[in-house]
Design a protein around this ligand. Sequence first.
Ligand code: ADP
Ligand code: ZN
Ligand code: MG
Length: 469
Amino acid sequence: MPQYKATIGLEIHAELKTAIKMFCRCKNDPDESRPNWNICPVCTAQPGTLPVINKKAVEHVLRVGRALGSTLADFTEWDRKNYFYPDIPKGYQISQYKYPLVSGGSLAGVLLTRIHLEEDTGTSKHDRGDYSLIDYNRAGVPLMELVTEPVIHDAEIAVRFAKELQLLLRSLGASDANMEKGEMRVEANISISETDTFGTKVEVKNLNSFKSVGDAIAFEIKRHAEVLERGEKVVQETRGWDENTGKTWSQRKKESANDYRYFPEPDLPKLMVTEVFGKDHEKLPALPELPWEKRERLKREFGFSDTIVEMYVSDQTLGNFFKEISGMETNQELVKLASNYISSDLAALMKTANSTLGKVTARNFMGLMGMLFMGELSSRGAKDALTVLFNEGGDPETIVRSCGLIQKSDTDFLETIVKDVIATNEKVVAEYKAGKEASLQFLIGQGMKASKGSANPKILGDLFKKLLG
Ligand code: ADP
Ligand code: ZN
Ligand code: MG
């Protein structure tokens, strides 16, 4: 088979987080389960209604553009994208064609073409047999569309790009961007060629997980190669991805921009962006720390491994929690110790509680870590106390005391335990005396058990050595 080079460009839609819809005052609530609850004459296209622009949605798109180093528009215009489908009540979608809000920029090394703002459609249910149902709760929800240049050459980079965009949207508070919920939807354009001239592209829709994005692209690249090998031509079309079969299927021959008969939206004025956000868009709210800045800083300040860094960057709850404790504690060693417990034990506990921190607060957590750091508590004791703290909350010192987890360094008490262990483990003691070092660990383990985890293992070891030496 000849060497084909794959080319991929992505079009990604994200539902923006706003209180109300794009052009009316209906609630923008992706969790509303009652069909046709958040609707009004505007978003159901009743005659005589007029759209009003949602400033917050414009702000979100501009901030995404700012984060990506793009050019922000001084003005923008709206266009009607005409097509008929029951989930689009006006018979057209208000979108931006000629004058997008954002142009250029890059993310994860991928160049962007543009980002524009439009409105989402309603949702249809076709599972009823001879009729369909339509829910207009989503109709008119602000939707941003980001388009990349055709500069991606393999599936992994495409997936990485989509993941990075999700992180960015979340960190900006622009979108929750959950792919399973349809809050972020990826379309992949794919072509292959033996030369530098692009081949015919196919657009794949219905990609509602990162895995689907990667699998569908890989599938298409292979399919195109097989088509060309048979001496046939790739047909320019839109294809759907079937998660169950792991295959794409032909949906329709691709429409071109002409088919949509784009024309300027007569019901909306040209939006003078600089009049609203300032000449240099300086009135845009400041950006938070961006995911890639955070990665860089966590490595620089704490020397964390990539795995830990990714955990703090991708899990906002964990990331913010670490940020809070690293902000209140100046002892870097203690912060690192705390991080070990956050990324392992606390993260595991969170999995049992819907990814929440339970009753743990930065303050009570650091109280516990302080006791561990000072040697008042064994690591086993800290784990146990953390579980109690997570489930019940409260003062860490009280918990540690009431659970009897204070690490015992009291030699008399420990000597009784050590003598007891020696008396009941004659065989192991004999082995130790015969020179088997590993037996000491076993004896210390028995001592820890007898003290219910409260003994200081170092002191126990010393006592065994003394009494057996
Ligand atoms: P269309 O007019 O068919 O919608 P666009 O030029 O608007 O095409 O591009 C849509 C998307 O397809 C963009 O993400 C772009 O990068 C990508 N794209 C364009 N040409 C190709 C190609 N030959 N192979 C892969 N992707 C492409
Ligand atoms: Zn409405
Ligand atoms: Mg296009």
